[in-house]
Design a protein around this ligand. Structure first.
Ligand SMILES: [Zn+2]
Length: 122
C-alpha cells in the first residue's frame, strides 16, 4: 500500500496514543510508532467480517472506519495497544484469536484496559 506522508491529524493521534501507552508497563520496550500508520478505509468495514469493528490493527497498520478527523484518541490507543502486542508477541497474538475467540480474548482485555487506565480524569 502506498501512503503519503502522515497528516497533522494522524501524527497527533499517534503521538497522543503513544504518550498514553508509555505510561503503562505491559511490555519491556515502549511502543515504537516509527512505522505505524492510521488509514481510513470505510469500504473495508462494510465487508462481513469487518462490519462489527470501527478499527482493526494489522501489525503497524491501524485501519479505521471513519475519517481521521472523526477518530478518537481512545480508539487509536486501543488499536495501538494491538500494534504494541504485535511488536512483542505476534504469534501468540494471532493464534489467540483462534482459541480464545474475540470478546474475552486476553489481548482485547488488555487493549480495553490500556484505554481505561490512561483516560484523562474528568
Ligand atoms: Zn481490539
Amino acid at each position: 500500500m502506498l501512503l503519503g506522508p502522515r497528516s497533522d491529524r494522524e501524527r497527533a493521534l499517534l503521538r497522543g496514543a503513544k504518550a498514553r501507552l508509555d505510561r503503562l508497563d505491559f511490555y519491556p520496550a515502549p511502543i515504537d510508532i516509527r512505522h505505524t500508520r492510521i488509514v481510513s478505509v470505510p469500504w473495508l468495514f462494510r465487508l462481513p467480517w469487518f462490519r462489527r469493528f470501527v478499527g482493526y490493527d494489522i501489525g503497524p497498520l491501524i485501519l479505521v472506519k471513519r475519517p481521521l478527523d472523526e477518530v478518537s484518541e481512545d480508539l487509536v490507543t486501543h488499536e495501538l495497544t494491538h500494534a504494541w502486542q504485535h511488536q512483542h508477541r505476534w504469534i501468540r497474538l494471532w493464534t489467540s484469536y483462534l482459541w480464545q475467540g474475540y470478546a474475552a480474548n486476553e489481548h482485547e482485555v488488555q487493549a480495553r484496559a490500556a484505554v481505561e487506565l490512561t483516560r484523562a480524569p474528568r
